[in-house]
Design a protein around this ligand. Structure first.
Ligand SMILES: Nc1ncnc2c1ncn2[C@@H]1O[C@H](COP(=O)(O)OP(=O)(O)OP(=O)(O)O)[C@@H](O)[C@H]1O
Ligand SMILES: [Mg+2]
Length: 390
């Protein structure tokens, strides 16, 4: 799975960066230099990141090669568009995941720098921790906390008989946690951060299926002041990209809400955002789901068959209602992420007990009355009165 430019040229940027010296924060990584101020405002601007320090540790290539046993095959955790990810043990005995930039790959130094800067400045229980990086010569490696349960993608789409099926409660817990990570980026970080690469493979799972968002190389500073969007080359992953962003390159916080809706649909249905083995109506998850959203009696057909009916009917309907709003074609009809967090936290708190009579066979749907929130005053969202709200 990899990143792609939905249109335009490759992700590499060949633009020369200015080398003029000034007093702004800057991070020097090998021959590359990027100003923290340009990416995340000045240190003082990043108000709610617990730390305004660039705290990531630097490692030598030798240290990381030793940690990952010379990048042996049996240490390999997975591979993405950036390169391979290995499990390693540092001298301190800490277990880590080491991502090695593929020097022939599509993704470049800029994403590496954005990732280091973003993760150094942003801290939240639902964002993966960056422990450090290596920029020795032309080597580029990122060192993350090790997430023992791998990615959500592995659990939803790479099901093996040995792997436990994710039950309904766990699915809602993961959805609520991922939404909280996104809420932090949108509403707590200042200026706001648009994540741009929300997908199941970027939601990593810790003990107890605690979810954390990873991969910030594509993240963008969101609009400030009265602006509602930033214009940028279209990047992201096919199947998760909001239609208006794919068409116009205008990126808003609602582009992330769309991607979140796709992830939520995957969590509920067990289907992939893009099912390459299928054609026609079943190829694209959102296109498949849209007509079904209109027919409430078909909602139960949308639940992941591996759940075998073990979900609360009302909870399923409410979760589908949230997903449907998030993937609305009109960005201003999508909810703000804070309201999605409220709705999903409510659903995650409703524990489904498969032994009780809540299940699909015994339950009757009643219209949901999730808690109302008061986010209309949110300055960052200029969608006007037509915003979809809980
Ligand atoms: N911190 C981590 N802890 C444990 N496993 C990880 C960690 N980071 C990545 N992985 C594993 O490595 C795999 C590859 O991750 P990577 O982020 O490189 O690619 P991807 O998310 O699949 O694709 P993309 O490059 O498009 O983001 C993940 O699916 C996951 O299984
Ligand atoms: Mg990833």
């Amino acid at each position: 799975m990899g990143w792609f430019p939905c249109s335009g040229s490759s992700k590499h940027t060949s633009k020369k960066r200015k080398k003029k010296k000034d007093s702004t924060n800057s991070v020097q990584l090998g021959s590359e230099k990027l100003k923290a101020k340009n990416l995340l405002g000045s240190k003082e601007d990043v108000k709610d990141g617990e730390s305004s320090q660039i705290a990531a540790k630097t490692f030598t290539f030798r240290e990381l090669a030793a940690a990952a046993r010379n990048f042996r095959g049996d240490c390999l955790l997975g591979e993405g568009g950036f390169g391979r990810v290995y499990k390693g043990r540092l001298d301190s005995n800490q277990i880590v995941a080491i991502k090695q930039l593929d020097r022939n790959g599509l993704q470049g130094n800029r994403e590496f720098l954005v990732e280091v800067l973003m993760l150094s400045l942003l801290h939240h229980p639902n964002l993966v921790n960056l422990i450090g990086y290596c920029a020795d010569g032309d080597q580029r490696l990122l060192v993350y906390e090790y997430m023992p349960l791998g990615s959500l993608d592995d659990h939803l789409h790479d099901v093996t008989p040995a792997k436990k099926v994710l039950d309904w409660n766990t699915r809602m817990k993961i959805a609520a946690g991922a939404a909280k990570g996104l809420e932090y980026l949108h509403d707590k970080a200042s200026p706001p951060v648009i994540y741009r690469d929300l997908k199941c493979s970027n939601i990593l799972l810790g003990e107890g299926y605690h979810p954390k968002l990873s991969d910030f190389g594509l993240a963008k500073l969101g609009p400030v002041g009265d602006n509602t969007h930033v214009s940028t080359r279209v990047m992201g992953t096919y199947g998760y990209c909001a239609p208006e962003y794919a068409m116009t390159g205008q990126l808003t916080l609602k582009s992330d809400v769309y991607s979140f809706g796709v992830v939520l649909l995957e969590i509920i249905t067990g289907r992939k955002a893009i099912e390459s083995s299928k054609t026609g109506g079943e190829h694209n998850l959102v296109a498949w789901a849209r007509p079904l959203f209109k027919e409430r009696r078909k909602f139960s057909q949308m639940a992941d068959p591996v759940l075998q009916g073990q979900y609360p009917v009302r909870g399923l309907y409410q979760a589908l209602a949230v997903a449907a709003m998030c993937v609305h074609e009109q960005p201003n009809m999508r909810p703000v992420i804070a309201d999605v967090v409220t709705a999903l936290s409510y659903l995650a708190a409703q524990r489904f007990d498969s032994d009780s009579t809540q299940g699909v066979q015994n339950s009757r749907w009643t219209p949901a009355t999730p808690p109302r929130t008061k986010r209309d005053g949110d300055k960052r969202q200029k969608g006007g009165s037509s915003e979809a709200r809980w």
